[in-house]
Design a protein around this ligand. Structure first.
Ligand SMILES: [Mn+2]
Length: 324
């Protein structure tokens, strides 16, 4: 199998490296944090010289992950020498938020790309891109298993976080027998799935439930394109953390009947709009790509410059310039 060879190369590169930099993508989700922190916890156990970077600080909800305090969002880490850089869960270096930073890194490093996005550009010296995998965490689980590396309870909790979040708690189309197999082994290894459930799935305060109420009240079905959409304006969530609306698109995709596609538009600061598509059958990665974004066939997104204007006929996107 191709993966065996790639896993072997990755293991050798890690063993031989003096200094290692691990990278999670910007606006981190459970999978990029889970996959990168599992390797971080392993390398700490092995006494390796390891640095970990994420362009945006991991949200508070991830505090239960062991060594979460080790993530740096200071680009200065890229000005140092590394033998090995490993990027987790990123289709390309721009999505990751390090395309500029990495130009400052002294040459000579080996770059490994571990991902499951169909739109991955194979930017690494070695690319472990398995699009059938439910999550990057599942790929890292196979790596540890394949290389007979002991998965301790810290690593198991990290990997479970990636599996839980990318499969929407083992309910979405990405859920497969390999993911379920990894889940059972990670529970047996001491993974704290109750912490994940508490902090990432059910931890909703009253402010966040009210925001969900606004989003539900704005649902519209465009019958021409068969798309159900909703939107969030910057002013709606001015005083609350936007972490609370993570999962809205997945939730709507699971519970909305009578349509194939969900589109959730959200105004960001800096005059940008983030769009998240979810679908049951359509390949929406292609549509997201046309808008300058990317992702999976059934879960994809984009960011455009502009703002949302509310009209009597519903929301209208006012674009400004071309895609990001
Ligand atoms: Mn992922």
């Amino acid at each position: 199998m191709i993966e065996n060879h790639a896993f072997n190369t990755m293991h050798e590169a890690i063993c031989e490296a003096g200094r290692i930099l691990l990278v999670a993508h910007k606006k981190p989700d459970g999978d990029t944090i889970g996959s990168s922190s599992s390797v971080l916890n392993w390398l700490i156990r092995e006494g390796k010289d390891v640095t970990i970077f994420c362009a945006d600080a991991p949200p508070e909800a991830f505090h239960f992950i062991d060594s979460i305090h080790r993530y740096s969002n200071d680009p200065v880490v890229f000005e140092q020498n590394y033998d090995l850089i490993i990027v987790f869960d990123s289709g390309d270096l721009r999505y990751c938020g390090i395309d500029q930073h990495i130009t400052k890194t002294p040459p000579g490093y080996f770059l490994i790309n571990v991902d499951h996005h169909g739109t991955n550009t194979h930017f690494g010296d070695v690319n472990i891109v398995i699009t059938e995998a439910s999550s990057t965490a599942e790929i890292v689980f196979h790596f540890f298993h394949n290389r007979q590396i002991h998965i301790d309870h810290c690593m198991a909790t990290s990997l479970l976080t990636g599996l839980f979040t990318d499969t929407n708690s083992f309910t979405n189309a990405a859920t497969n027998p390999n993911a379920m197999n990894a889940f059972s082994k990670l529970i047996a290894a001491g993974g704290r799935h109750q912490d994940i459930k508490k902090h990432l799935l059910f931890d909703k305060n009253i402010d966040s439930l009210k925001i969900w109420g606004i989003l539900l009240s704005r649902l519209r079905h465009n019958k021409t394109y068969d798309v159900v959409s909703t939107y969030l304006l910057l002013k709606d969530a001015e005083h609350v953390s936007t972490d609370i609306i993570e999962g809205v698109s997945n939730f709507l995709n699971e519970v909305t009947t009578g349509t194939d596609t969900i589109l959730f538009l959200r105004e960001l600061s800096n005059n940008k709009i983030k769009g998240s598509f979810r679908s049951v059958k359509r390949n929406i990665a292609n549509i997201a790509k046309l808008m300058g974004g990317g992702g999976h066939n059934k879960a994809a997104g984009f960011t455009i410059n502009g703002h949302i204007e509310e009209t009597t006929n519903g929301p209208k996107i006012i674009p400004e310039g071309k895609t990001e």
